[in-house]
Design a protein around this ligand. Structure first.
Ligand code: NAD
Ligand code: MN
Length: 364
């Protein structure tokens, strides 16, 4: 029996609904004789914790995470607390503190999902966006002076290091090389941003020499948005800076059908620290507490987590159950124009996993 220590951080809003749903799916998997088990530890960090303690998570919080095998995260964002406090106090603190420098975001149109691009066939859209996750536009460098006075000045410095750029480019080229099409698009804005982005391009060209099997091209970020809509099949693996990839991946999620489906992994590739998996959506203030959030993004994230832990067969089983759910019109949540609840989708996915376990294992 292989056992994994999983930290659960639901956070705020619908995070408190989808992370328990994710746990249910992992428990169903463990209960279905897959030879794996989980020891869960829940952390009540987030907006409520902030109101009680004045911080989103305790000072020694990162220590408590270091000994885990992986983290399943919900969302940080509370209607009563400014977004930059919730984001920096929890999610960015963990990503930067545990050096999860590669943010990996697969996008596919799952079976049964009605995606908005009418001329796009399901097989035309199969992307992985790799986002630099520790520096760039979200480095946190900057400041405000003369605050509140008419001469106030403020700056957010996009700080890029050669080491930081090289490691994310190398990760993206390696990932591209592992996929069937072996194709990478490097997103840039080196026409307007003439310092760091020029270095970004130079580093990409240098790393590319180590991956002769990968076909790669460069695209300016603005042109990239149009290419994603007009020529989705021309893309496979994509690498972009922290802010650029943040924006592009919400577009990707929408093009694949819904923000409620899209998963992500915050990866520490060297495995010195645990990696963190989360749906890409936020706290969804408009629907929180009503039990109608789509849990599929969390389930897909849990499947990514299993893959990262080396449990490819278990990950496949979760995705098979997820795809059975998306294919069933009765199991659509409101973001997919349906009326199903979080609990109904979760129970259906768990039931599918249990039923599949009674069939003989496919030989991989
Ligand atoms: P959001 O993702 O919370 O919501 C955008 C829209 O999508 C809303 O209409 C929402 O109802 C819908 N939606 C999102 N996820 C859904 C799901 N699983 N099922 C059904 N509908 C879903 O984005 P926002 O409104 O920009 O942000 C709300 C809060 O969340 C803010 O505080 C923001 O800072 C935070 N946020 C956090 C993260 C994170 O922690 N990773 C990511 C994005 C936003
Ligand atoms: Mn985002």
């Amino acid at each position: 029996m292989r056992r994994y220590r999983i930290a659960l951080i639901p956070g705020d809003g619908i995070g408190k609904e989808v992370v328990p749903a994710g746990r249910q799916v992992l428990e169903a998997l463990a209960g279905a004789e897959n030879g794996i088990g989980f020891d869960f530890e829940s952390f009540d960090w987030g907006g409520d914790y902030y109101r009680a303690h004045g911080a989103m998570m305790p000072e020694e919080g990162l220590e408590a995470l270091r000994s885990q095998d992986a983290i399943l995260f919900g969302s940080a964002g509370d209607p009563g607390i400014p977004d930059h406090i919730t984001l920096w106090g929890l999610r960015l603190k963990i990503c930067q503190g545990l050096d999860q420098y590669a943010n990996v975001r697969p996008t596919r149109i799952l079976p049964g999902i009605d995606a908005p691009l009418k001329r796009c066939r399901t097989e035309d859209l199969d992307w992985v966006i790799v986002r630099e996750n520790t520096e760039g536009e979200y480095s946190g460098a900057g400041g405000r002076v003369h605050q509140g006075f008419p001469i106030e000045a403020a700056m957010d410095v996009s700080l890029m290091t050669r080491a930081g750029v090289e490691r994310i480019q190398r990760y993206a080229f390696r990932l591209a090389a592992s996929r069937p099409r072996k194709q990478l698009t490097v997103v840039t804005k080196s026409n307007a941003q003439r310092h760091a982005m020029v270095m970004w391009d130079e580093v990409a060209a240098g790393v590319a020499r180590d991956f002769p099997e990968v076909t790669w091209d460069k695209e300016l970020v603005d042109a990239m948005t149009a290419r994603m809509v007009n020529r989705p099949a021309s893309l496979d693996t994509i690498v972009a800076t922290n802010l650029q990839a943040d924006v592009l991946s919400d577009l990707a999620a929408a093009l694949a059908g819904s923000l409620g489906i899209a998963p992500t992994g915050n990866i520490n590739p060297e495995r010195v620290f645990p990696s963190m998996f989360e749906p890409i959506h936020g706290s969804a203030f408009d629907i929180m507490g009503r039990g109608v959030a789509n849990p599929i993004g969390t389930f897909w994230s849990a499947a990514m987590m299993l893959d990262h832990l080396g449990e490819a067969e278990a990950a496949r089983r979760v995705m098979e159950a997820v795809e059975a759910a998306t294919a069933d019109p009765k199991l659509r949540t409101r973001d997919l124009s349906g009326a199903a609840t979080t609990a109904e989708v979760t129970e259906a996915v768990c039931a599918h996993i249990a039923a599949a376990a009674r069939r003989p294992l496919a030989t991989a």
